[in-house]
Unconditional design. Structure first.
Ligand SMILES: *[C@@H]1O[C@H](CO)[C@@H](O)[C@H](O)[C@H]1NC(C)=O
Ligand SMILES: *[C@@H]1O[C@H](CO)[C@@H](O)[C@H](O)[C@H]1NC(C)=O
Length: 195
């Protein structure tokens, strides 16, 4: 009796494992596509976490993948710009704090413009014709400049006595923005190299 129960429990366990395994369909799932694509980026965990939410859109389409990564970078860039602009309205800022925040907001604005221009250009890369190389290399150049703008903004606070809490929140956002943008650039470069 006890032996029979043990056996049927084992059978249940085996079939549960088998079903789980089949349901995952390891080789051909969007989630695996995202994981393996992200493994070529500098911040693979951030990449997987931020893009997995969009697995339904991305499926296993390399173009959708880079387009989503770039859209995400633009979105983060816009919300960071809004945050920094809000900080700059804070009363009691010292003149140099005000100046550093103002510079930062301008640099992120430039970064937003470049990312938004890149996103339009990337849409032209859907057709893998003669122009593909030209468009994709523009995208690479502009995203790379956006990344430089972001790091310039971070530098502005390095030696500055900006109030601790505000400085930390801005820095955290800037780090995340730089990681997401750097990942988008890696994915774009990889995409470009495949055609
Ligand atoms: C796994 O997914 C691929 C692509 O989505 C599909 O072609 C294949 O039939 C699936 N295999 C199984 C065992 O479900
Ligand atoms: C970007 O922002 C738009 C508008 O808020 C939103 O609809 C979209 O889902 C976001 N996409 C990504 C990839 O973050």
């Amino acid at each position: 009796m006890a032996k029979g129960l043990h056996l049927s429990l084992s059978l249940v366990l085996v079939s549960v494992i088998a079903v789980t395994f089949r349901a995952e369909n390891v080789s051909g799932s969007p989630s695996n596509f995202i994981k393996s694509s992200c493994s070529t980026t500098t911040f693979p965990n951030v990449c997987v976490e931020s893009l997995s939410v969009y697995a339904n859109t991305i499926q296993q389409d390399p173009h959708e993948l880079v387009q989503t990564a770039l859209t995400l970078s633009l979105n983060r860039s816009q919300s960071t710009r809004a945050f920094v602009t809000k900080c700059n309205k804070f009363r009691g800022l010292k003149p140099r704090e005000y100046a550093a925040l103002k510079d930062c907001a301008e640099e992120i604005s430039d970064s937003c413009d470049r990312l938004s221009k890149s996103l339009k250009e990337l849409k032209l890369c859907k057709v893998k014709g003669d122009d593909f190389r030209w468009h994709i290399s523009n995208v690479e150049t502009w995203v790379s400049s956006a990344l430089t703008d972001d790091s310039t903004c971070g530098d502005g606070f390095a030696g500055n006595a900006l109030n601790g809490k505000m400085k930390d929140s801005i820095r955290a956002r800037m780090v995340n923005l730089a990681q997401v943008t750097s990942n988008a650039l890696s994915l774009i470069t990889h995409y470009a190299s495949q055609y």
